[in-house]
Design a protein around this ligand. Structure first.
Ligand SMILES: Cc1cc2nc3c(=O)[nH]c(=O)nc-3n(C[C@H](O)[C@H](O)[C@H](O)COP(=O)(O)OP(=O)(O)OC[C@H]3O[C@@H](n4cnc5c(N)ncnc54)[C@H](O)[C@@H]3O)c2cc1C
Ligand code: HEM
Length: 399
């Protein structure tokens, strides 16, 4: 229990954190990795270089400070982060390290303004917040291990099949090396894969959504080659170019809080580019378990060459008694490319094809999600009926 004085100090200093949050978390990561380079085996270095992880952590620390006396408000966010922590094997012994360097960073950035009293209050508050994470994560580890076919940390998988899905996306079917069938998962969840790449000093971890409905004995992930920017994506290019049938890769158990909820409510699955992966698991699950559910599948791709899972999604929609599929190509190469929309998915289009009482699942590039979520909000869909997944550290789209 925190004293009222500690709560008051933490709340009154929260606005300083809002202003200096990213400076503090940038300082924090730099000094922590200098002292504990072994942690570079679990963090994503690209997210660090782009500042996304620093921003995500700063936002959470700021929110935790604001709600320090009613942490239950933050539980959904904590659970989402804890899912990712669990999938990366963050353990209780890591929390004191993060706490130490976070406090040093607050002191380092704020200087004399961060008095001993303030640092003391923040130290206490961090302990309380860390314990909330540790308790939730303990339950998640136990749940992952106790499931039929489950395990706690990482486990070895063999690439069973490698299939080209489009000019940019390739699927990998992963079968457990010990021969045990993979556990049941919720359609929309992801796994973390961990690789040791020749020439790279540290292990590389990346999340990939499971791109087929649960129930098979292996996982399928579908990876987009990140080749548009410099430097090129490390893991996706390695997977495309070097990981072949028969090779071994490590994976942690399925995680994530973006998943299809069963029910009567009509559903809209709206994806852009490789954001189609969780939607394939959801669509497959609807086809198998809820074929009467009214479903609209909207997918936006750059063009026909980049359009993955066209036939597979079409076949799944065919199995539905009330299902529709719409495809948008940003720019058709020529008139032989057939689609329902040329250009971006517009607000008017969404209004025409999605029933107003639907629950909408959205996944794609950030700009795509920002546009679609703002269209859906403007059309009157409530927050509860708009669910989205980031393929990177979560941001607040509404901000
Ligand atoms: C929940 C979740 C689900 C996901 N599901 C999928 C999925 O189903 N399919 C899929 O393909 N991806 C998915 N992703 C994304 C995936 O985890 C990887 O982020 C993606 O494959 C890129 O990894 P990479 O190693 O190839 O690229 P990285 O090496 O991580 O690089 C990513 C980007 O950062 C840039 N970058 C790297 N280093 C620097 C630097 N020093 N300075 C500036 N920019 C830099 C690169 O140019 C590149 O554009 C998912 C992510 C999450 C969080
Ligand atoms: C109370 C303390 C902590 C808070 C508030 C916190 C917060 C966060 C947040 C907001 C994210 C981004 C989630 C997302 O991807 O959407 C995250 C990711 C992550 N956290 Fe924590 N975290 C804490 C403790 C720790 C600890 C102790 C470790 C282990 C050393 C850790 C390791 C990670 C890693 C590896 C990621 C993924 C980073 C990436 O993909 O770049 N965190 N955390």
């Amino acid at each position: 229990m925190l004293s009222q004085k500690t709560i008051d100090i933490v709340k009154s200093t929260a606005p300083i954190l809002e202003t200096h949050g990213v400076d503090i978390t940038t300082y924090f990561y730099k000094t922590m990795f200098e002292a504990h380079p072994e942690l570079l085996n679990i963090f994503n270095h690209a997210n660090q270089s782009q500042g996304r992880q620093q921003t995500a952590l700063a936002n959470t620390v700021y929110a935790a400070a604001q709600y320090i006396d009613q942490l239950e408000v933050l539980l959904p966010t904590v659970k989402q982060i804890a899912q990712k922590h669990r999938s990366l094997t963050v353990k209780p012994e890591h929390y004191p390290i993060v706490g130490e360097y976070l406090l040093k960073a607050i002191k380092g950035v704020l200087g004399d303004a961060a008095t001993d009293e303030i640092i003391g209050a923040w130290g206490e508050a961090y302990g309380v917040i860390a314990q909330v994470f540790i308790d939730i994560e303990k339950e998640m580890y136990a749940e992952a291990a106790e499931k039929s076919g489950g395990w706690e940390d990482f486990k070895e998988f063999i690439v069973e099949k490698k299939v080209t899905e489009s000019s940019l996306i390739t699927s990998f079917y992963l079968k457990a090396k010990d021969g045990v069938s993979v556990p049941w998962y919720l359609p929309g969840q992801y796994i973390t894969v961990r690789l040791s790449i020749p020439g790279q000093k540290h292990l590389l971890n990346r999340q990939y959504s499971l791109s087929q409905a649960p129930g098979s004995d292996s996982f399928r992930i579908s990876v987009k080659r990140e080749a548009d920017h410099n430097p090129q994506g490390k893991v996706s290019n390695y997977l495309h170019d070097r990981l072949n049938v028969g090779d071994t890769i490590e994976a942690s158990a399925p995680a994530g809080d973006f998943y299809l909820e069963k029910g009567e409510q009509p559903v809209a699955l709206i994806s852009g580019g490789v954001g189609i992966t969780p939607m394939m698991a959801m669509l497959g699950s609807i086809a198998e378990n809820e074929p009467n559910r009214k479903t609209v599948f909207v997918h936006a791709a750059r063009n026909k060459d980049a359009h993955a899972f066209g036939e597979e999604a079409g076949a799944l929609v065919e199995k539905l008694n009330d299902g529709k599929m719409y495809i948008a190509y940003e720019a058709k190469k020529d008139e032989s490319e057939v689609c329902d929309i040329t250009g971006y998915v517009s607000r008017d289009f969404l209004q025409q094809v999605i029933e107003s009482n639907s629950v909408c699942y959205v996944c794609g590039p950030i700009s795509f999600m920002r546009a679609v979520v703002s269209h859906l909000t403007a059309l009157g869909f409530s927050k509860n009926n708009i669910k989205y997944e980031f393929f990177g550290p979560a941001l607040a789209l509404e901000a």
